[in-house]
Design a protein around this ligand. Sequence first.
Ligand SMILES: Nc1ncnc2c1ncn2[C@@H]1O[C@H](COP(=O)(O)OP(=O)(O)OP(=O)(O)O)[C@@H](O)[C@H]1O
Length: 351
Amino acid sequence: MTGFLIGRDVRVKPMIEVRNLTKTYMTHERGHTLREVAKNLFHRPMKEVKAVHDLSFTVQQGEMLAFLGPNGAGKSTTLKMLTGVLHPTSGEVRALGLVPWKQRRQYVGRIGAVFGQKSQLLWDIPPVDAFYMNKAIYGVGDREYKQTLDELVLLLEVGDVMRKPTRQLSLGERMKCEFIMAMLHRPELVFLDEPTIGLDMIAKENIRGFIRSMNSQGVTFILTTHDLGDVEMLAERVMVINHGAIVVDDSLSGLRARLGEKKSVRLTTETAVTEEGLPGLSIVERIGPLEIAVEVDTALLPLKRFIREFNESYGIIDMSIEQLPIEAVMKELYTEGPSFVSATREPEVIK
Ligand SMILES: Nc1ncnc2c1ncn2[C@@H]1O[C@H](COP(=O)(O)OP(=O)(O)OP(=O)(O)O)[C@@H](O)[C@H]1O
């Protein structure tokens, strides 16, 4: 394979193998009442928090996995274990053939990370100087450094930007530089946590384009985000966790299929729509006195019939029909507990 990982052994192989990964935090119980607080000064009882419970999955080389879940689902805890920052309570992880928390020095030289809410750059110095610092930390040779930097600068168009002090950069410019910082040592596996948070549409598209380009050159990405636009534009596979357990592990198209035959329809009518009245129809939002957003399950109510009946009853002035957004299925998954489990991938055995 040519491209970003040139010279690396990039045969398709499991990048990450996770088996029965569990993390339980032990925390001190806090009292709520004054009496409890006073009592806890002498004896503070411990409480178990099961953040991640029995996760098993495999990520292949070159995959782009969106790792999603509602607040408190256990995503950060899992990512901390996958990056080697945190020891699990039990279970195994093998990433790039290494145990992240045991072979950390070797491991960090081969992975990268970008956190939308945490900067790796230094506020008062230009990104280009911070890049040079990373070159030294990762022991990147002069020729390889120049070649990689030139390639990334060209892709992200930050030639002038990277010479200004970081504090003078816009968020979009800074995020591009964060990506260069994370990619200079040509990592094979990259963890992204909210990489487009706060960016405008153009900047988001730039960053997403860059991620796609790196992925097409063989870099494996694990993406955590609450921005479903990132998921729709980037991910092939979506894993959702909730209450520390996998709720679903499916392709993006598989997830879309769960939406069934539903369509989102926005209508402006001559007279106000009074009631739902048809099987397969539900009102989602009343936007104005004569404007309404509805959901139509075309398996129960064919669009032709819906349009005819609505036109006869209320007179259609304007209408737009769209596929239901992926948010509809996510909302369902985020509110379901682990009993909803329908992981589609069989865990493989760690050899
Ligand atoms: N250091 C800690 N000590 C005790 N409990 C913790 C600790 N870190 C996380 N937790 C708890 O573990 C659970 C999972 O937290 P985690 O941060 O992994 O969730 P998350 O999916 O990343 O959430 P978010 O989307 O809000 O960042 C939560 O109930 C959280 O309160």
